[in-house]
Design a protein around this ligand. Structure first.
Ligand code: EPU
Length: 336
């Protein structure tokens, strides 16, 4: 088990905030995790488990224990003519895993290429992009309960997945399950999912296979989204809000072009990016933080912003959207 004191989290948050943790603990295996979860000193502190830190906003130093998994490895645990089941360690890099599946001809997650993060978080967050959600390829999630110290295996339905949500994000469970492995079920005879946005346009004169779809997704993301290696950011700052039909229809009278996607007969989803752009925030900055000029759902650390600068800009956006459209944007990013 690796234990560090007064440890800089600069490399552990994609907003690139130079904050410190009083303690940083990285466990390498389940035995170490069990030890941690039976340690009295650990429970006397505040604690928070992180992945790659691609969805976190540190508002200052963390006076407690930041926990990180070091569990690696990809193991085949089942196979038939149509599917393969892979058990993957929580600390594996998400996009390396996507690349590995694509190289081997296993489909299902290629539309989720180039999303920063680690395997464990993919299962908590239900990462989604370009018409795909990881929930559709998750078979099991292996986790330890922080409350009981016991190992639990969650079948896919137990994870209660919905848009950017899971059992693990429910208020009573948040931060209280440490994922060790995720078992994914990938397809050997794969059907492609090319209807979102301009994926087909990118593939117009190309053969369609897992590799070309992955290349198209990477090209689209690179064009639209800032690279966290160059400019600190955490991808989408807010989730796309749901509107009931009554509310949506009253807005549509004033904004006939409001983009929307039906969720069911009673609810539509409206892109938060559009709401934010309508409020005039595209490209706007506050101290070192700024709204990305190509995708206003993304807030960037443009010039040595603090966590509070980023949070203040997010709050201004939230207030403006609330005043104009009577809807509360919910941050997708976790404030720590
Ligand atoms: N839009 C604008 N102005 C803009 C950009 C977008 O009005 O400057 C509107 C347009 O109507 C556009 C719509 O927003 O059609 C959707 O935009 P986009 O395709 O970029 O997707 P998004 O809904 O803003 C979601 C995910 C992204 C994911 C993309 C692509 C959420 C919170 N975000 O964004 O995920 O990459 O779809 O599938 O659902 C992330 O989670 O970090 C992330 C980047």
């Amino acid at each position: 088990m690796r234990i560090e004191q007064n440890y800089s989290l600069l490399k552990h948050n994609t907003f690139r905030l130079d904050v410190k943790a009083r303690w940083f603990v990285e466990y390498e295996n389940e035995e170490d995790l069990q030890k941690l979860l039976s340690d009295e000193y650990f429970f006397s502190q505040s604690f928070w488990h992180i992945g790659k830190g691609s969805n976190l906003l540190f508002l200052g130093d963390f006076n407690g224990v930041i926990v990180h998994s070091g569990i690696r490895g990809i193991e085949t645990v089942g196979e038939n003519d149509n599917h393969i089941w892979l058990k993957v360690g929580a600390a594996e890099n998400w996009d390396d895993f996507v690349a590995y599946c694509v190289e081997n001809g296993w489909g299902g997650i290629e539309n989720l290429s180039y999303i920063p993060g680690e395997i464990g978080a993919s299962a908590i967050q239900n990462i989604g992009a370009y018409g795909a959600e990881v929930a559709d390829c998750i078979f099991e999630v292996h986790a330890y309960s922080v409350k009981t110290g016991e190992k639990q295996i969650f079948n896919q339905p137990d994870c209660e997945y919905s848009y950017r949500h899971s059992f693990f994000k429910e208020p009573e469970n948040k931060g209280l399950y440490y994922i060790t492995h995720v078992v994914y079920r990938l397809n050997k005879n794969h059907e492609y999912n090319l209807e979102y946005g301009n994926i087909r346009e990118y593939l117009a004169d190309k053969e369609i296979n897992l590799k070309t779809v992955r290349e198209a997704i990477i090209a689209i993301r690179k064009y639209k989204l800032p690279d966290p290696e160059k400019v600190g950011n955490a991808g989408s700052f807010f989730t796309n809000p749901y509107f009931c039909m009554e509310h949506f229809n009253s807005l549509k009278k004033h904004y006939p072009d409001i983009p929307h996607y039906p969720v069911n007969n009673e609810v539509v989803k409206v892109p938060a990016a559009w709401l934010i752009e309508q409020c005039g925030f595209k490209g706007k900055s506050f101290r070192g933080a700024a709204v990305h000029e190509k995708q206003p759902l993304v807030i960037v650390n443009q010039n040595n912003a603090t966590g509070n600068d980023i949070a203040s800009l997010a709050e201004e956006i939230r207030k403006a959207v609330k005043n104009k459209f009577f809807i509360d944007l919910q941050p997708e990013v976790n404030y720590i």
